[in-house]
Design a protein around this ligand. Sequence first.
Ligand code: ZN
Length: 301
Amino acid sequence: MKRLEGLDQIGFTIDKKHDCACGVVNGYKFIVSFHPQARQYSIMTTIKSIEETGVLSNYLDTMDKGEFINWVSYSNNILVVNIKNHKNLSVSDIDRIIRNIADFAYQNGYVQICRHCGQETSVEACSLNGQNELMCSSCLTQYSMNVPQPKQANLALGIVGALVGSLIGVVVWVVIYKMGFVAGITGFIMAVCCLKGYELLGKSLDKKGIVIALIIAVVMLAAAEMISLGLEILDVYGSYYGISFFDAMQSVPFFLEESEVLAAVIEDLAFGYIFMIAASFTYVRNMYKSVSSDGVIERIG
Ligand SMILES: [Zn+2]
């Protein structure tokens, strides 16, 4: 089974944007979510019994987990089955797991409820702050009206924060360079420090903030390389010619005219940037996703 492909064959509606599919079995609404980072699936529904005897928990504890189920939980009226993204997992396996649970719940008098208001009612699938959720239509309306507005980021302070954060990246780059390495991971550290710096001082990280922080990271990585080069010049010529660090920094452009030096600098930077992109990609994508979903409530399916 590839992601959620094929779940429409068992009557579920696939929502690619939220990586989930929802459908009704035995009158209970289920959401099947795919978690790309963890490479897992989860099946979720919200049910309760008027006279809870623990029969459902017992059933889940003792049920045959087979080769696909990681774990099962039922607490606060939320039932979750976590499933491995196993190469042999098929739509009919998901269907069987859902049906077994729905049959057991039905035979034992469990009813669908909205976990937000606790009422026995039909529920709708929605995405709340990036989480796939089930809630009744009146709770959904209430949430939609009271969605907290994301905090406004302070642009100027955010930039200051990113610059301060970048200094950590510069120090790491320079120190590692001095030890005779160009470690790609520094590209990652630089990006993270700039993003965190922006978030800390700017109070929030919006999309504009992500772009600005990454531009600062790119520029400061080049600055770190220039400082490393300046320090190397100082090392080699400092005591002989009696020049200061600032003299050495001023001479950097002349050294860059040497094609050999320039080639080495370009190679160092290319290495740093490739790792910056490769290592930052997941981090930035996750952050971008959470920034985009903060304070967003959407109906699914
Ligand atoms: Zn409700």
